[in-house]
Design a protein around this ligand. Structure first.
Ligand SMILES: *[C@@H]1O[C@H](CO)[C@@H](O)[C@H](O)[C@H]1NC(C)=O
Ligand SMILES: *[C@@H]1O[C@H](CO)[C@@H](O)[C@H](O)[C@H]1NC(C)=O
Length: 478
């Protein structure tokens, strides 16, 4: 009896924490798109008009909590909260609630970028009409006061976990999440968002908070409306060599795997032959895929990343790296959707996106998620769900190809042309290459690929083509 009870408790608590790694995607969908700095009303429209129909599973939204209004309105003011009121330049609480409902109805989940490591380092008025007095550590609209923060010191020693977790990151007042009062305010904020229908949280600066405090906070948040625990994906930048490890965080949530985009960015820029990707996954020092959110770039490292980070500014290898990510079974995948910038501090365009006839965006928005090669690869990932890698082929250098069971096949070249038959496990027929075109009205607007009765695909891919890959799947068969 006692043993059975203990087993029951262990099983329940295990399903509890494993549940926090489940993004609760609707059936037949995959991939979160970060609609960085989009307005809530525009996101609601995008869920209905584009993301839902194209098979996307979710949106990461910019922080909805009130921030200090800072000078020329840099993007990073959103990471300087002064209260948990839900009014920002993206919209107010009504438009937020409306967005979540409309996106959920379109089969697209909303994940909130939750900022609670810190409060604003800038005094003054906020986006919801509240104010803060940073010199006296007064944030009356929460309220937080001096006793709710770690005493001031700068995060400057990445070999010391106490310095990383208890000091102030870039001068931002550092909340003490070991305090029951502070935890309670954070949990109230997250519960409010759950009540409005959000499915999970990207946890900003998780590396700068103690795992035990985060575990306690996450465990106190209620179940989400689509059923089960909230999904947590945590910002823990661990490239090796520092005191804080991503493996301190992956037992109670997933972790944003920063090595993923660094290694793929390096490979698809030609610095590491892509045939080595044959064993892509934990053998490369990555977390297990079930513990990881995979991405090529994010809003920080597209501005301040090393040369290894690919972005919209280098489109050919960027699209290849994203196609590899979406074709490979590893992890829960996330796409960055940006606004154009030269100045790394610049805030978003003053207007939301409009759309050209070809579906691309106007008004300064890049909309990588609408690029044919990217959105069609989301369709590929949906088509091949549940299969593993099969029929790996490479030329020992910069050309690779692989299948996903009897559902899909993709080939890449970074150097030289491919004009040969490659073995697949696909049914015979003619397939539309979803990289160079779309399957529309029963015909393909790009290249077609023939697969013969023995599964041999005739692949023609030139190094000089606009894109360095060809991809076919069973849902785009002629
Ligand atoms: C395309 O590839 C096939 C082999 O699959 C080859 O026989 C054919 O010559 C190639 N076509 C061109 C235009 O190179
Ligand atoms: C497909 O059909 C629609 C509706 O008739 C039409 O607007 C569109 O141009 C067609 N696309 C192609 C590639 O023929």
């Amino acid at each position: 009896m006692k043993t059975a009870l203990i087993l029951l408790v262990v099983t329940l608590s295990l399903s509890y924490v494993f549940g926090q790694k489940d993004p609760h995607f609707a059936d037949g969908r995959n991939t979160i798109v970060h609609l960085f700095e989009w307005h809530w009303d525009d996101i609601a429209n995008e869920c209905e008009n584009y993301l839902g129909p194209k098979g996307y599973a979710g949106v990461q939204v910019s922080p909805p909590s009130e921030n200090t209004v800072i000078g020329n309105r840099p993007w990073w003011e959103r990471y300087q909260p002064i209260s948990y009121a839900l009014t920002t330049r993206s919209g107010d609480e009504n438009s937020f609630a409306n967005m979540v409902q409309r996106c959920n109805n379109a089969g697209v989940r909303i994940y909130v970028d939750a900022v609670f490591n810190q409060m604003s380092a800038t005094s003054g008025g906020g986006t919801a009409g509240n104010s803060a007095d940073v010199g006296n550590l007064q944030y009356p609209a929460v309220p937080f006061g001096p006793g709710d923060f770690h005493s001031r010191c700068e995060v400057n020693n990445y070999q010391d976990p106490n310095n990383i977790r208890n000091c102030w990151l870039v001068g931002l007042p550092d909340l003490d999440q070991s305090s029951e009062y502070v935890r309670g305010k954070i949990v109230d904020y997250l519960n409010h968002l759950v009540d409005l229908g959000v499915t999970g949280f990207r946890v900003d600066a998780a590396k700068h908070m103690w795992p035990a405090d985060l575990q306690a906070i996450y465990g106190s948040v209620k179940d989400v409306s689509v059923g089960g625990r909230p999904f947590y994906f945590q910002e823990v930048i661990d490239m090796g060599g520092e005191a804080v490890k991503k493996t301190e965080y992956n037992s109670f949530g997933t972790v944003l795997e920063f090595k993923f985009g660094t290694e793929l960015g390096n490979a698809f820029q030609g610095n590491n032959p892509i045939h080595y990707l044959k064993n892509w996954g934990p053998e490369w020092g990555l977390l297990d895929g079930s513990d990881a959110v995979a991405f090529i770039d994010n809003h920080d490292n597209q501005r301040h990343g090393s040369g290894a980070i690919l972005t919209y500014k280098n489109p050919k290898p960027y699209k290849m790296a994203i196609a590899f990510m979406l074709a490979h079974p590893y992890g829960t995948t996330r796409i960055m959707s940006s606004f154009y910038f030269d100045d790394a501090d610049a805030g978003p365009p003053g207007y939301g996106p409009g759309f050209n006839d070809d579906g691309s965006c106007t008004n300064g928005w890049v909309c990588e998620h609408r690029w044919r090669q990217i959105s069609n690869m989301v369709g590929f990932r949906n088509a091949v769900a549940g299969t593993q890698i099969s029929n790996w082929w490479d030329n020992g250098d910069q050309q690779i190809a692989f299948g996903r069971g009897d559902k899909g096949f993709i080939a890449f070249t970074l150097n030289g042309d491919i004009n040969q038959n490659l073995q697949t496990s696909l049914p015979a027929g003619t397939y539309c290459d979803i990289i160079s075109g779309n399957l529309e009205n029963g015909s393909c607007t790009g290249k077609s690929v023939n697969v013969d009765g023995s599964g041999q695909a005739s692949i023609n891919l030139s190094n000089g083509d606009e894109d360095g890959m060809v991809a076919i799947h069973v849902n785009a068969k002629l």
